[in-house]
Design a protein around this ligand. Sequence first.
Ligand code: FES
Length: 432
Amino acid sequence: MNSIWNSAQKLKFDEMGADIKTDVLIIGGGMCGILCAYMLNDAGVDCVLVEASEICSGTTGKTTAKITLQHGLIYSKIIDKYGTDAAQLYYHSQRSAFDKMCALASKIDDDFNWCDSFVYSLNDRTVIEREIGAMQKIGCDATFTRKTELPFDIAGAVKVKNQAQFHPIKFINAIASNLKIYENTKVLEFGGNYVKTNRGKIYAKKIIVATHFPLFNKHGAYFAKMYQHRSYVLALKNAQKISGMYVDEDKKGLSFRGYNNLLLLGGGSHRTGKKGGNWQELKIVADKYYPHAHEVAKWATQDCMTLDDMPYIGRYSKTTPNLYVATGFNKWGMTSSMLSAMMLRDMICERENEYTKLYSPSRSVLHMQLAINLFETTKNLFTFTKPRCPHLGCALKYNKQERSWDCPCHGSRFDSDGKLLDNPATDDIVLD
Ligand code: FES
């Protein structure tokens, strides 16, 4: 179940040896945390990053590694919810992150390459046309097409040229070697201007939480504002060669990209703790369209989803002025990680940043998804089965495909021995 990226040799870092002091502490050693450390270090800020296990052991090692401005049908959604100006700001913010990411990756990752990106719909041409209209309105070059490399017909696709794909671990290896990083150093408690870890205390003037799902429950109400989604990938040999990147506009649809001689087929998605297509669905697709292909790797990943499809980047809550967060990338973590690093660097260095309001974690929560999240949590809190999730006490569900115990409330996961796989829970569970 290892991804093809994780077979690359990763940098190793020591654990923390004694109490330390730093200006900025970053918690979480994935793409986002490491980019924050990279950008702060570049700005001359003293910073330290701690990771509970090994760097890139979470979502970063399991991404499909697409660098694109196309985030599903985000531009028409933002126009509907917040208006054209907000969509334009979103576009400009992601564009600056995209440019920075590509400029960096193209120099240091020999697997980086430019390609076209497509968001397609199987049977709804209208949503595609609306998205193209929205993108054109805000100055983003997008065109309609039905010509793709997909093995089936579609109603239409939004095509954006000159997007990119890369190798996340090669990229991280190149940027992380000069950073102050401690692995196997797990944060246990937040104390204001310090955190307690399993290796001692860290005193910091400012703290960034980049732990995928935010770590501290007491502030920010992230347990109400987010849920998690699982999706699955098969790496296929002897399948058709694909040069573009494709994703269905439907959250439960398929995605396609190539890597060397492999096709990466994604999909089978579902809310964590719920039933879904898993790898089984992908195997059926592979047998149907690529009967001569064989599987060389498979893996699953988990994404944090917000109430309005936009990330939370900025102050963790209104009452914690020196605590920052970057989370909720809604499956589009590559540009959003870079954007988080640029925005948080500016906030910490007290520089003006025009995107802080748009991505504020304290923005309105009045969206339909909030009611769905609260319903799921209430239902699972009042389901009287065992085992229970140590995060907030919901009933865990057994995931047969992955042999894990998954929480439908906020997405914590545990292996069949009770060992923690995914946060926001921070501890293992004891199984009877
Ligand atoms: Fe929150 Fe399980 S993840 S209760």
